[in-house]
Design a protein around this ligand. Structure first.
Ligand SMILES: NC(=O)c1ccc[n+]([C@@H]2O[C@H](COP(=O)([O-])OP(=O)(O)OC[C@H]3O[C@@H](n4cnc5c(N)ncnc54)[C@H](O)[C@@H]3O)[C@@H](O)[C@H]2O)c1
Length: 375
């Protein structure tokens, strides 16, 4: 059993989610794949670091990520800060020979992500991006439907990731609205998840054409304040895409999508069948096959079960509901196994770079109002 000592940077939502995931991975998979040890948590807000440390069981806390990236008692740096810090924290961690687990999107630009992917390869350490939807057993199932040829030739990927959490104009400005902190708006925050699923299942996109809108251009500087600040990035974005395999993509995201809460949905249409999925109905995959007898044709509802990779860890029978955190548990387990046993994983920094490369092309297309090739 190998102990894997964690240095967490960022004690917000994802910091807690990652720690919960490590604990559950240990409980569900046992310590053979690596036992997480909660060594230190760093947050610019020292009080938040202290509270999180005491609540989640870290041994120490700090207000300086610079201290912990070189800490001899830390094996993996877990980055759960706003996007802007991913690059500098990950770079320093890699330079110190640490394994790195970084939230998505990997950085603010394709160039920064490429640099990190190259550095991680050079250092030979585990480099993992938290695109947890790739770990959803539904994603493995749908990928298998596509790669086995059961759906025939893929003609189209059509998906959106919509939420209405930022519809209220009285909600104050956050790091997510400021480009130098986030890189983009709903695209990087939500759309990147959809792009990760598309990349995992269908491979590279070769060109994009995008159109975005800022629907709420100003927000209060603080809750209740009459002083306003500019919103700098997309509330809504729509993208037309062409895949390297010739399929057409229509992809969108919105953080002001009235009525939609966690509406990550996509449909893949092939010449022999189609598949539809919605994260709001996480445990169900709708599949249609042309090979069904004519009179029986229609979308069937397949409940996730032990036959779908990852599910069997949680439950022995089909149809028992998985939730968001379970994807993170599978992610944490994959990371621990990669560190302790060298097992392969999909969402490495190269994968993160591929997503950031698409995001950069989409942003360029949106600003230039033209098609942009992804090279
Ligand atoms: N995979 C997912 O489903 C998912 C979901 C939500 C967020 N995210 C990603 O996780 C990251 C964090 O998002 P969140 O929702 O947890 O944000 P959050 O605002 O809840 O937490 C961020 C934390 O980082 C701290 N912080 C800020 N700057 C710091 C610095 N320089 N050093 C140390 N700590 C610092 C803040 O004080 C805060 O506690 C983002 O990159 C976001 O895109 C991913």
């Amino acid at each position: 059993m190998k102990e894997i000592r964690i240095g967490l940077v960022g004690a917000g939502w994802m910091g807690k989610t990652h720690t919960n995931a490590f604990l559950n991975a240990l409980m569900l998979f046992g310590a053979e794949a690596g036992k997480p040890v909660f060594e230190v948590v760093a947050d610019v807000d020292l009080e938040a670091a202290k509270i999180t440390s005491e609540k989640l069981g870290f041994a120490r806390w700090s207000n300086s990520w610079q201290e912990i990236v070189s800490d001899q008692n830390v094996d993996v740096i877990d980055i759960a800060t706003p996007n802007v810090f991913h690059y500098e924290v990950a770079k320093a961690a890699l330079e110190n020979g640490k394994h790195v687990y970084c939230e998505k999107p990997l950085t603010l630009s394709a160039d920064q992500s490429k640099e990190l992917a190259n550095l991680a390869k050079e250092k030979g350490v585990v480099n993992y991006v938290g695109y947890n939807n790739v770990m959803n057993p539904a994603s493995a199932y749908i990928k298998e439907l596509v790669s086995s040829g059961k759906l025939g030739q893929i003609m189209r990927f059509s998906g959106t990731y919509d939420q209405d959490g930022l519809l209220d104009p009285n909600l104050p400005i956050t790091w997510r609205h400021i480009n130098k902190h986030s890189g983009s708006g709903s695209l990087g925050d939500l759309g990147s998840h959809l792009l990760s699923i598309s990349q995992f299942i269908l491979g590279d996109i070769s060109k994009v054409n995008a159109l975005s809108k800022i629907v709420i251009p100003k927000r209060p500087k603080q809750a209740g304040s009459s002083e306003l600040a500019d919103v700098e990035n997309d509330d809504v974005i729509s993208i037309l895409a062409e895949y390297a395999n010739g399929a057409i993509g229509t992809i969108s995201s919105s953080r002001v999508a009235t009525g939609r809460k966690n509406y990550l949905t996509f449909e893949i249409q092939g010449t022999d069948g189609s598949v539809f999925y919605s994260l709001e109905r996480m445990n169900e995959v709708q599949v249609y096959f042309n090979s069904d007898h004519h009179a029986d044709r229609g979308f069937r509802n397949v409940f996730l079960g032990p036959d779908h990779k990852g599910y069997e860890t949680f439950y022995p029978a089909q149809g028992i509901a998985l939730g968001y955190n379970d994807m993170k548990v599978l992610e944490a387990h994959e990371l621990l196994s990669a560190i302790s046993e060298g097992t392969p994983y999909a969402c490495d920094f190269e994968f993160g770079w591929k997503i950031d490369r698409i995001i950069s092309a989409i942003l360029k297309s949106d600003s230039e109002k033209s098609w942009v090739e992804i090279v």
